[in-house]
Design a protein around this ligand. Structure first.
Ligand code: SAM
Ligand code: DTB
Ligand code: SF4
Length: 331
């Protein structure tokens, strides 16, 4: 974005802690001020999320209902057909989404027929004038490049939690694997969507540490999703307490202040928030949400599309038009 000189990449934990810990109303006021300097506060990016391959994942992320090893109620679904995905994308566009995100419960991308099909899907959705995003697990630079050439706009790969707490939450991969994939995505010229989850039993210091990793990347992720743990029955974290709304507000506000140009996305957890609580998140600088059909996020519920539209209208927020796609004339 313009005004890049104002972006910092040398934050310290103490500085971020001071921001996160300050008196709540001061924090929100400051975040809101930054938000208004960098973004149109009346616009929210509405992104539709579709699970294109559900469940049966070999990883052991302890928050996730799609890990094969946990006994959850999630129905395993093989990769959807390209036609089905296109139909969903068309509906998303018709209901005002400017971004379409396809998620697969994979550990990593493999160079097989399924990946060829993803490439087809990316080309088709790109041709519909929406920002296309994928989240498919780990990726090599070559695979990232193939996606870029097909018209992918963004790749989502969350840090999920701090480097220090990572091994408590996931044992089947390392924090460094996440960083390596994000670097591959950058090298391929894609935009990065990366954030994390709160409510995994981490300390405030872990939250600060995760934000520090994001903010001190050579380039800030263009999009930073902040998820509140969706507690899924059958997963190791099912009995953790519900995330406190003020923790969510602090997290969003801190991300907004230290990564002012990024889109900060209020992601999982909206279903458990009232409109008033979500309004606080927008006030704290969130300017993006996920919507999804059949009232689902991926496998957990999300507010319905029409409820979201009503909420945005009540709050005087407009869905944002798609960004100029730098990828659209790449061919
Ligand atoms: N399998 C790929 C991966 O892990 O990168 C892509 C899909 S995965 C579902 C995408 C992201 O969803 C995760 O990185 C995590 O941040 C988020 N997520 C998954 N389960 C969640 C839950 N129960 N609550 C909140 N966020 C969750
Ligand atoms: C992200 O940060 N949150 C979305 C998306 N990226 C893929 C997923 C949230 C998943 C919530 C739990 C579920 O339904 O699986
Ligand atoms: Fe698999 Fe992604 Fe779920 Fe982890 S978060 S178990 S990698 S689908």
């Amino acid at each position: 974005m313009e005004n890049n000189s104002a972006l910092r990449h040398d934050w310290t934990k103490d500085e971020i802690m001071e921001i996160y810990d300050q008196s709540l109303l001061e924090l929100v006021y400051r975040a809101s001020t930054v938000h208004r300097q960098w973004h149109n506060p009346q616009e929210v990016q509405v992104s539709t999320l579709l699970s294109i391959k559900t469940g049966g994942c070999p990883e052991d992320c302890s928050y996730c209902g799609q890990a094969a090893r946990y006994h959850t109620d999630i129905k395993v679904q093989a990769l959807l057909s390209t036609e089905t995905v296109i139909a969903h994308a068309q509906k998303a566009k018709d209901s005002g989404s400017s971004r379409f995100c396809m998620a697969a419960a994979w550990r990593e991308v493999r160079d097989n027929k399924d990946f060829d099909r993803i490439i087809e899907m990316v080309k088709a959705v790109n041709a519909m004038d929406m920002e296309v995003c994928c989240t498919l697990g780990m990726l090599t630079e070559e695979q990232a490049l193939r996606l870029q050439e097909a018209g992918l706009y963004a790749y989502n790969h969350n840090l999920d939690t701090s480097e220090e707490y990572y091994d408590e939450i996931i044992s089947t991969r390392k924090f460094d694997n996440r960083i390596a994939t994000i670097e591959n995505v950058r090298k391929a010229g894609l935009t990065v969507c990366s954030g994390g989850i709160i409510g995994l039993g981490e300390t405030p210091l872990d939250r600060i540490s995760m934000l520090l990793t994001l903010a001190n990347m050579p380039k800030h992720p263009e999009s930073v999703p902040i998820n509140a743990l969706a507690r899924v029955k059958g997963t190791p974290l099912e009995n953790l307490p519900k995330v406190d709304i003020w923790d969510m507000v602090r997290m969003i506000a801190t991300a907004r202040i230290i990564m002012p140009a990024s889109m900060v996305r209020l992601s999982a957890g909206r279903i458990e928030m009232t409109e008033v609580e979500q309004a606080w998140c927008f006030m704290a600088g969130a300017n993006s949400i996920f919507t999804g059909e059949r009232e689902t996020l991926l496998v957990t519920p999300n507010p319905g599309v029409s409820e979201d539209r009503a909420m945005l209208s009540t709050l005087g927020l407009k869905p944002m038009a798609p960004k100029e796609k730098k990828n659209s004339c790449a061919l």
